[in-house]
Design a protein around this ligand. Structure first.
Ligand code: ZN
Ligand code: ZN
Length: 138
């Protein structure tokens, strides 16, 4: 190997290969940096979404955002309730005022469930086992 490297032409080729490798490494690194930046943008967009005032977290599963349409509120967890003229803002303030009202007489955090009878429409129910109260929200 050493004998081959003594040849100046071979050395030049080797150097060229080395330069190429460095260049490639830089390209890979730049690509990596770009993908990082992309991830960051995605994350920021998601965080913005959480902060946006027109999002309401589902009180039943507490994971997904509720989808609010004028005649319908639904969630990936199975919540599906017919409403009238509903908006994210109305729903949010309804949830907030119900929770605030409950917290004034009870420290326990209430549970939200969806009830449905055989013929009745499904409704969203807030109930608390500690103060033994319940309320239909939707
Ligand atoms: Zn849900
Ligand atoms: Zn209570």
């Amino acid at each position: 190997m050493e004998q081959v490297l003594e040849d100046p032409d071979e050395l030049a080729v080797l150097e060229e290969i080395q330069q190429e490798l460095i260049l490639q490494e830089q390209l890979v690194f730049e690509e990596y940096e770009r993908s990082l930046r992309f991830d960051e943008e995605c994350l920021n967009a998601m965080l913005d979404g959480l902060d946006a005032s027109d999002r309401v977290i589902c009180p039943v599963c507490r994971k997904n955002n509720l989808t609010v349409k004028a005649h319908l509120v639904c969630c990936q967890c199975g919540l599906y309730i017919s409403t009238q003229d509903m908006t994210e803002g109305k729903l949010r303030s309804l949830l907030e005022s119900t929770l605030t009202e409950h917290s004034q007489r009870c420290l326990h955090s209430p549970e939200f469930t969806v009830t449905s009878g055989m013929e009745e429409e499904a409704s969203l129910l807030m109930s608390c086992s500690v103060c033994d109260s319940w309320m239909i929200l939707l």
